[in-house]
Design a protein. Sequence first.
Length: 587
Amino acid sequence: MTREKKNKKTDTIYQTLPKVPSGISGLDEVTMGGFPKGRPTLICGDAGCGKTLMSIEFIVKGATLYDEPGVFMAFEESREDLAMNVASLGFDIERLQKENKIKIDHVHIEREQIEETGEYNLDGIFIRLGYAIDSIGAKRVVLDTIENLFSGLENEGILRSELRRLFGWLKEKGVTALITGEKGNGMLTRQGLEEYVSDCVIFLDHRVIDQVSTRRLRIVKYRGSVHGTNEYPFLIDEDGISVLPITSLSLDKQVSTERISSGIPALDKMMGGKGFYKGGSILVSGTAGTGKTSIAAYFANQTCNEGKKCIYFAFEESPRQIVRNMRSIGMNLEKHIDKGLLRFNASRPTMFGLEMHLVSIYKMIRDFKPDVVILDPITNLVTVGAMSEVKAMLVRLIDFLQDEQITVMFTALTLNSTVSEQTDEGVSSLVDTWLLVRDIESNGERNRGLYVIKSRGMKHSNQVREFIITDHGLDLVDVYLGPDGVLTGSAREARKIEEETGLALRDYAVNAKDREITRQRKTLEAKISSLRNEFESAEEQLNRIYNEELLRKQVIDKTRETMTKMRRGDDENGAAAKNKRKKNENR
């Protein structure tokens, strides 16, 4: 029965094809749910591309994850060989057979086994396959490979008839079938008919470019269902097959306003005091020896100190080298490794092609589920691909990490002291924050300067800060501007000493001037006191002279009066005249 699905744009109800999940990492996302239920799917490709492995994983995952027993009918490899080949992937086929969850049937094809009365037909195969299906109640079936059924058959009419009959019989049984086929000359399969009668066709490709092998998967057709139409790289490792389902990108990702620290307080301050956005992408670029790896390691250390997980992909140094080197600046990464918070993955870029690197990174992130991912340095990937290919790979990676809300930091090597076109074209336009660490050569020495070229969605500093690496870690200090420009290193220290000396001299001069003013004030105050004393003395002398003159006048007046009395005598006329004078005075 088909399932109903609602179209969000039109609010109409339409039916969708029922599907069976494959259990293969990433493949169900590419097929939008898995293989068509109850219908045959063709998997074709050259030898060594992974057809048998994909089909056996389909059977094993169905039995172990979805409780769907399966039958694997092999026409080339024996049951023992199959069990041995997939044991390295952790698939215990022998145990599953004992539990009746799967059934492996090796059929050695002989013409006489499927010929009756001179005619070629597959009735014998139908009987044998039908018994295997019924014996365990199988829901999944694999036929590997179909060419062996028709080897040596020259009658094309019989071939077409029996092939159609086989696919029709599988549909009638209601099993979800995978049929593997070898690539033909100019066709998807040798017979050129299987792809037409199959409801779903998946083409696997194993190519070698510049001595680097890459496996890719493409869905050629899928009747009744939408599906991914591009080529998807896939990886075969100890866990089986992993498909990277990221090619067509949409720009409707969720974003976070949460901020996370870089581990360098001064750098956080340059980013508005809070650090980077969670789920964002950061690029740290610069010439060799400017401290890009140290910045990345500091970010990883801060993440682990907060109890979060970080995975560090190193393309240049081994994990032991990085741990040792970071210990010289006071950072112990080994404790985070022991706690399981920090995981290193070191490999040379030439180990895989770009897409295989992308698949392996994708798979490790899925398994480890980190909060922060570091790639150091991404410019080494240019050795296995053109810059445009590296950019396409990083677009896929950034898109995947944004979906998972994982913060990623890249480091990139620039070829000179200016902003490299290589870095700009490849990465800088993709990231949210771009930090540039550059050399500042002056005064016969080399120093480092760091500044923020861009940081989307946040206020950030436009100042160049001197970036220093010491035994105690990383720090950013304010640069000094002198007559000839920015001063760093010993020139900065000399400038600081000069300014401190000048400040001390100014303080001494100010203090000396204050003392001189104090002395002059005291001198003036003494002079004022002396003048006041002189004034008081002169005033006292003038008062004394005035009093003496007044006293002298009084004495003279009294003497004159006495003398007058003595000359006139005391007679009546004299007394009458005196009284008359007093009366006149009283009037």
